[in-house]
Design a protein around this ligand. Structure first.
Ligand code: ATP
Length: 152
């Protein structure tokens, strides 16, 4: 019995599939969810959602939110979610720089502005971390040929 995983972002369903296992960025670290998991609702941090289906791994980044987990499903609600491969690392680095500047800026005085800057920083760092990890993984094991190779 697979787990039906849905990742719902602000404006779209970012991911939907039946998977064998899903690892979530929980508040207390990585949370692996196998079928027949107890029903819970839990908070998620900005970070990686890793799925495995028939030996194939897929990595996404979420900006944080909630997961509703049940015996046959995981539903994630997160403002933003993107495939690791779709992350624009330069954009994330720009966002990280801007957030760091806002945090250091003495004019950022309200708690609201500081909280916004801190969550932008965490989102950008999660994007950079996951995109780099996936790129490194890919360099170690390049995807196999999709066509049988000829002799020359
Ligand atoms: P930025 O300041 O660069 O927009 P942000 O953290 O404010 O970053 P979000 O509000 O989390 O961005 O996301 C807005 C939309 O842009 C979402 O659809 C998200 O998936 C996408 N997105 C944000 N940053 C990136 C990125 N570095 N690469 C690809 N997509 C991104």
């Amino acid at each position: 019995m697979p787990t039906h995983l849905q990742i719902i972002a602000l404006d779209r369903i970012a991911y939907e599939d039946d998977v064998d296992i899903v690892v979530l960025p929980g508040e207390e670290g990585q949370l692996g969810v196998l079928p027949r998991h107890a029903r819970i609702v839990t908070l998620l941090e900005p970070g990686e959602v890793l799925t495995r289906k028939a030996g194939e791994e897929t990595a996404l980044v979420i900006s944080g939110g909630f997961a509703q987990i049940g015996p046959d499903h995981v539903t994630i609600l997160s403002d933003a979610a993107e495939y690791a491969e779709d992350i624009d690392i330069e954009r994330a680095e720009e966002a990280r720089r801007r957030a760091q500047e806002r945090i250091a800026d003495t004019r950022t005085t309200t708690e609201m502005d500081m909280a916004r800057a801190e969550s932008a920083l965490l989102r950008s760092m999660a994007r950079i971390r996951v995109a780099e990890r996936v790129a490194a993984r890919r360099r170690r094991q390049p995807p196999g040929p999709t066509q049988p190779r000829g002799d020359g």
